[in-house]
Design a protein around this ligand. Structure first.
Ligand code: 5AD
Ligand code: SF4
Length: 481
């Protein structure tokens, strides 16, 4: 087997095993959550071994893969639009093959082939290791589909190719799937049951990233707080594990503690947390380690107890407040962000007011807000009418967005006059004379470049802010360099 060196990745030579004589070009793009972006790096790694090099130019591709999202109808429409674009390109390059990966592939299965004639290949999130065989099928002129969900697959043995990386921050996935069954959510159907990755393979991937000079890692999972390793197997089968397995199990707090202690200069983040699964232990581990960022993404979805119940969120408004109080007591500087859905079936004005008052209590640093989108196959779709008119959903959404804008500004103003550590990630979009980076609270800070460079930890004095960004000036390196 011949070895080739690919020097396109941020000056970090990547040794790729080459099986096939002729290099083929892979164009891969991702929509949706960070998990999808992370999965695409796994796919690129699997296909590198099959002789595929990635290209940024769609027109040059032998194989186009699109990693898709099903979370809202709009996300699916975006992908369908992209398929139209591929169709136009295929007219010029008829040999180009098109594959669909991710949640839409899992949801629609072989129906995709009927609905979108351009598609040759449909592969669900747990079947990427089968891609070499599936591509052989496609090469032989047949369509190929694998959407089998797995109880074990975590891709822990695959070292991802870092696509379009800034060389500073990277994602490391730790769990796959979700067992929570929120009634609005398609994820349990598209990504299957919850399973955790072997901590040893997580630590090895992080060691490797540190050796490549990465400065910040985000541990990824649909529900990171529910991470549980007891030698493999599904989270739901933990009760059946042996006494030894139970005694040596690693939960999320332990994993976080292990990674933070091993690499004290590496910034650590994690997402997403689920209120019902987040433990006090996790908050204490965050407080104990300086290198764990003081920021938690903690979706609430609704401030109304009645709607939370309809959504099958297994906590109350009061329990959420208690969690917020605990976080703020243990880590006063901790930033918190939300996901909120407006216009869930049966949501009344009173329920909506409950959401607004909950926001007033928490005063989130920022948030991600969405109008409810009915998803086929979910419990809400089967049991409830999507009965809130679009204009009401939109009006409630804009009210929530406005409250959030006010709170983001309030939180950002509090940073003015402080000097904060910022990790430089990239050039500011608005000015090539400025760097852009993030504080431990995940707030974006922009400041003049001076002698600093990407990957430096610098101390920035904050002078001004907008509702989205802090503006300031660097006063020197931080002691984390
Ligand atoms: N409609 C609107 N938003 C949704 N989300 C999940 N499912 C839906 C849906 N059917 C939102 C939730 C979740 C985020 C990732 O997307 O707020 O936390
Ligand atoms: Fe989209 Fe959710 Fe699937 Fe991610 S897990 S791709 S957000 S549906």
């Amino acid at each position: 087997m011949e070895k080739i060196i690919d020097e396109t990745k941020q000056g970090q030579p990547l040794v790729l095993d080459q099986k096939k004589e002729n290099q083929r070009k892979l164009f891969i793009e991702s929509y949706g959550c960070q998990m999808n972006f992370s999965d695409s790096e796994i796919v690129a790694s699997i296909l590198a071994k099959e002789g595929f090099n990635t290209t940024q130019r769609l027109e040059d591709a032998d194989l186009v893969l699109v990693n898709t999202c099903s979370i809202r109808e709009k996300a699916e429409q975006t992908v369908r639009k992209r398929l139209e674009k591929y169709n136009a390109v295929k007219k010029i390059n008829p040999k180009m093959k098109v594959g669909v990966l991710g949640c839409m592939a899992e949801r629609l299965k072989s129906k995709f082939l009927e609905e979108e004639k351009i598609v040759d290949l449909v592969v669900g999130p747990d079947a990427y290791k089968d891609l070499p065989n599936l591509i052989e099928e496609v090469d032989a002129g047949r369509n190929a589909v694998n959407v089998i969900l797995s109880k074990e697959e975590t891709y822990g043995d695959i070292s991802p190719v870092r696509l379009q990386s800034n060389g500073v921050s990277a994602f490391v996935s730790i769990t796959r799937g979700c067992d929570n069954m929120c009634t609005f959510c398609v994820v349990p159907f598209t990504r299957g049951r919850e399973r955790s990755r072997d901590p040893q393979s997580i630590l090895e991937e992080i060691d490797d990233l540190v050796a490549q000079n990465f400065k910040e890692i985000t541990l990824l999972g649909q529900n990171v707080d529910s991470y549980l390793w007891y030698g493999g197997g599904l989270k739901k089968d933990f009760d059946k594990a042996s006494e030894f397995q139970k005694a040596t199990a690693v939960n999320f707090a332990k994993l976080l503690d292990m990674v933070a202690a091993k690499h004290p200069k590496l910034r650590l983040r994690f997402t997403t947390s689920n209120p019902q699964d987040m433990t006090l232990d996790v908050i204490h581990v965050m407080a104990k380690h300086k290198n764990i960022c003081k920021y938690i993404h903690l979706p609430i979805q609704s401030g109304s107890d009645r709607i939370l119940k309809e959504m099958n969120r297994l906590h109350t408004r009061q329990e959420y407040f208690e969690l917020i109080d605990n976080i703020k007591n243990i880590i006063p500087e901790c930033a918190i962000s939300q996901d909120i859905i407006t216009g869930f079936p049966t949501e009344t004005e009173e329920d909506h007011q409950d959401t607004l008052s909950l926001m007033e209590y928490v005063k989130y640093d920022y948030g991600f807000m969405f109008a409810y989108s009915e998803r086929p196959g979910t419990l809400a779709e089967r049991k409830m009418d999507d009965d809130i008119p679009e204009e009401v959903k939109k009006r409630r959404l804009s009210e929530i967005i406005e409250v959030q804008r006010k709170h983001s500004e309030y939180r950002h103003r509090a940073f003015i006059g402080q000097t904060l550590e910022v990790l430089i990630e990239k050039e500011s979009k608005k000015s090539n004379a400025h760097w852009s980076g993030r504080t431990t609270q995940n707030t974006v800070a922009v400041f003049p470049k001076e002698e600093y460079k990407i990957g430096d930890f610098v101390m920035v004095r904050i002078d001004e802010c907008t509702s989205a960004t802090l503006l300031g000036e660097a006063i020197g390196y931080s002691d984390n360099n």
